[in-house]
Write a protein that binds this ligand. Structure first.
Ligand code: AOF
Ligand code: ZN
Length: 427
């Protein structure tokens, strides 16, 4: 078993569960030994279930970047002696669902065995046949899942069909982790629009940049390498992980002109579709010599209201996609809800908005933001002309201001981040 699975598992146990010490020692032992030997340890059922579900969740996480617009799903089949006889991890291009891959590995050994899976097995005909039928046919005796499938075509019907075939079904263990893993799938499959995360890196006093003159095109000034990062290396590496989890990233053209960013996923992990780089650019000001335009391979999408024909052709020749949307304000900016709907039509399940201040404010004002990931460095910039996290007119009263629920704190050396929700992705 890949070492990373157990490492992730242990981290989750330490963070999210009150795992007994003996179980941690046992899991530690598995790092260097064969997981199949688990059967020789007398363990209460609940903890064994949690351990195998943890393994299924780790297999599911291997699909991040490879499953969208489908969910991340991992499956583990364990026989009556506690031996792992099959595992599966879904990828969209691989077509087969995780439980089918695990069943194929298990073969005859699936009879009477338990399936551990992070998501309810499907009961509908999609690109593939219903998994519940295959599980019933293979003689699976018990199914332990983390959560119901939020897909309205399934939601509960998979479990019902398994139960009516005499299979013992339980779900709800490690549900919080499982729901977090597939939150963008849940939003997309129910509403056909992406989950929108607003990300920003700022000083403790909420500034994203010093007064504009000093920060303008710092990357271009220093030959493409920025020297004025607010947060440190470890927080910035985490941003790459966040980009890897997303289908699309969006910034305003002002940010492109000021910073000349690349907006690519540099996590180093594989992905099935390139990160779609979306620029809100009402008047098609994107410089043809920007790094974005120079690296475009149909993965840069400009959303504009007015497009001068010659500039449009010039950018399109470079591999930039240009799409016109009706202007929603006097400056010609499109409505961000219309942008989000358009991205949903392109099978974008997750969108990360990375600024600047005008776009951040518009996204909050339009009510499209589902969650925030706000990074803070221990600095205080001060001043009335430095750039705030969100510009515009702001909210008129405390009661109008969006409330961030279920906030979690992450540490990155001396920097930290707040991850929290403005809306429930499963609502
Ligand atoms: C997956 N992978 O491992 C499981 C899924 O069009 P299809 O046949 O690929 O069906 C996709 C749906 O199947 C998906 O929306 C979800 O409801 C369900 N379960 N999907 O992509 C899997 N188990
Ligand atoms: Zn399925």
């Amino acid at each position: 078993m890949p070492k990373i699975l157990w490492n992730h598992c242990l981290r989750d146990f330490l963070r999210d569960t009150s795992c007994p010490l003996w179980l941690l020692l046992l899991a530690g032992r598995h790092k260097n030994s064969d997981v199949n030997r688990m059967s020789s340890y007398p363990m209460p059922n609940h903890d064994t279930d949690e351990l195998f579900l943890c393994q299924a969740l780790d297999l599911a996480r291997q699909g991040i970047g490879l499953t969208s617009p489908n969910p991340c799903v991992g499956a583990v089949i364990v026989d009556s002696k506690g031996q792992v006889v099959g595992t599966g991890s879904h990828t969209y291009d691989g077509l087969k669902h995780a439980e089918i891959l695990a069943l194929e590995q298990a073969g005859e050994k699936a009879r009477g065995a338990t399936l551990y899976i992070n998501l309810e097995p499907c009961s509908h005909q999609g690109r593939t046949a219903p998994c519940v039928d295959a599980l019933i046919a293979a003689g699976i005796g018990r199914v332990v899942a983390c959560m119901e499938d939020p897909n309205p075509l399934v939601s509960g019907q998979g479990f019902a069909k398994l139960r009516s075939a005499g299979i013992e079904v339980s779900f709800g263990l490690l549900e919080e982790q499982a729901r977090a893993l597939n939150e963008s799938f849940a939003k997309y499959i129910s509403h056909h629009i992406p989950l929108v995360t607003l990300k920003a890196a700022m000083t403790l006093d909420g500034k994203i940049a010093p007064p504009q003159k000093q920060s303008t095109n710092s990357a271009a000034r220093s030959g493409g390498t920025r020297t004025d990062w607010i947060t440190g290396e470890s927080a910035r590496a985490h941003v790459q992980e966040l980009r890897h989890q997303h289908d699309a990233i969006l910034v305003g053209v002002g940010t492109v002109i000021a910073d000349d960013p690349l907006l690519t996923d540099r996590s180093g992990s594989p992905r099935r579709r390139p990160l779609l780089r979306v620029i809100l650019d009402a008047r098609l000001r994107l410089p043809a010599e920007s790094r974005l335009a120079k690296t475009a391979q149909e993965d840069v999408l400009i959303l504009c209201s007015f497009a001068e024909d010659e500039k449009k052709k010039q950018l399109q020749k470079l591999g930039v996609r240009v799409h016109q949307l009706p202007p929603a304000d006097s400056d010609g900016r499109p409505d961000i809800s219309a942008v989000v709907r358009l991205l949903g039509q392109m099978e974008i399940t997750s969108l990360m908005i990375e600024g600047g201040a005008t776009v951040n404010a518009a996204a909050l004002a339009d009510g499209v933001v589902d969650k925030v990931f706000l990074y803070y460095a221990p600095r205080i910039l001060g001043g009335t002309t430095s750039v705030p996290f969100a510009g515009g007119v702001g909210f008129a009263s405390i009661s109008d201001a969006p409330y961030v629920k279920s906030a979690r704190l992450h540490r990155f050396g001396e920097d930290f981040a707040i991850e929290g929700y403005l809306k429930d992705p499963y609502a």
